[in-house]
Design a protein around this ligand. Structure first.
Ligand SMILES: [Zn+2]
Length: 393
């Protein structure tokens, strides 16, 4: 499953352009879209698949998928990131918008957001008196959420911007780009040369996965996994200087802001590239070790006629069950989200059930996909009268 560290045959780092890229983890045939569930088993099993061939740059520590094929994801524009429905994520977005408004004194200013979705965040950033916002997103549908906002159903950079922006935002977009450095260059080139906006960029934080052994966090939709250094390097190639990088959302996200030459910089600490490469190499071995462990456990439980509740049918659960393959056949995906009940997971084609269905299923083990929720899930499982052990994957 995991490859020994090897050079990558000449591909350059997507972030800094460096040539020393080492492959550390190969996962074949994972679903291209982890969060799209299907109405039938057959449809789920024929959902598009792609390969992960992850490499890490020894210079900047950037992680990216060397096998990414943009054609596989291109047709699915309009696919919505389910994260935005989470109350916790929403509260965080409100806090972040307020912070940007205050620190950059955005009242009366013009904010541009690239890949703005339905404009919810743009509305929050432009909530001050006199602020105006322009959003860009080909997948926009519905109603513009404010009279001070304009949303163009097109990619940023296609047509002239009009009024000069004071802040240009991009949230959870850059990690999806097959050429992120070219994307940042385009962000800069699309802004008239006589204005000098602050660029704000937010992406998932790769240190969170590398540091905390998040082996199930690697998904096809994400081409890149940035750390603060690789993100700054990506911007530097376009002549944009990072003056502030910081972690948010309990370390899971990473933010960057640009500023003028000569201004003081406040950058998040990141281990050196070789140290990150060692951590990454360890993750490859960890996937093999964990899969071997859970294959043996599932076989033992299957032999006794039991089943395993796999709690959480987001990216982590989908990745785990797909990697387990036929050896995970007694795994029952469980989710508290009613919208997922009865639907089938992409690739492996297993049907999601509600927690209420578990008492009749002979559950001998409850496997929690995100350790953050172990305690909460244990409470729910015990309330259902299930005495099986509950443990994080
Ligand atoms: Zn690099």
């Amino acid at each position: 499953m995991s490859g020994a560290a090897a050079t990558n045959g000449g591909a350059a780092c997507l972030a800094c352009g460096g040539a020393q890229v080492e492959r550390f983890l190969e996962l074949k045939g994972v679903p291209v879209f982890c969060n799209v569930l299907w109405p039938t088993r057959e449809a789920a099993q024929s959902a598009p698949r792609g390969d992960l061939d992850l490499g890490i740059c020894r210079d900047c520590g950037h992680v990216f998928n060397l096998a990414f094929d943009p054609e596989l994801v291109r047709y699915a524009e309009g696919y919505e990131n389910s994260l935005h429905h989470s109350p916790r994520f929403q509260a965080y977005a409100e806090e972040l918008a307020l912070d940007l408004r205050r620190r950059h004194a955005l009242d009366g200013k013009h904010v541009v957001e690239i890949a703005c979705g339905q404009g919810d965040f743009l509305k929050l950033v432009c909530a001050g008196p006199g602020s105006v916002g322009t959003g860009f997103d080909p997948s926009f549908r519905g109603t513009v959420p404010g009279s001070n906002l304009a949303i163009r159903r097109e990619y940023f950079g296609v047509s002239p911007l009009g009024r000069a922006p004071d802040l240009v935002c991009s949230r959870h977009a850059l990690e999806h780009m097959d050429t992120p450095a070219a994307f940042v260059q385009m962000m800069k080139d699309a802004v008239p040369g006589d204005c000098d906006p602050v660029y704000f960029c937010e992406v998932p934080n790769s240190l969170y996965s590398l540091r905390d052994g998040g082996v199930w966090d690697f998904i096809y939709e994400h081409v890149s996994y940035f750390n603060a250094r690789s993100l700054a390097a990506c911007f530097a190639r376009a002549g944009l200087r990072a003056v502030h990088t910081w972690e948010t959302f309990a370390g899971q996200f990473l933010c960057l802001e640009t500023g003028p030459e000569g201004s003081a910089a406040q950058l998040a600490a990141v281990p050196e590239g070789p140290e990150l490469a060692t951590m990454a190499a360890g993750l490859g071995g960890e996937v093999d070790r964990l899969l071997a462990h859970w294959r043996a456990e599932f076989a033992r439980i299957a032999a006794a006629g039991g089943r395993v509740a796999v709690w959480g049918s987001g990216s982590k659960g989908v990745t785990f069950l797909n990697l387990m393959g036929a050896d995970g056949a007694i795994g029952v995906p469980v989710d508290i989200n009613p919208a997922k009940h009865g639907l089938y997971l992409p690739g492996v084609g297993r049907q999601v059930v509600s927690p209420a269905a578990l008492p009749d299923l002979g559950i001998a083990l409850v496997l929690v996909m995100n350790p953050v929720y172990t305690e909460e899930i244990t409470g729910m499982v015990r309330a259902l009268g299930i005495t099986a052990p509950v443990t994080a994957v």
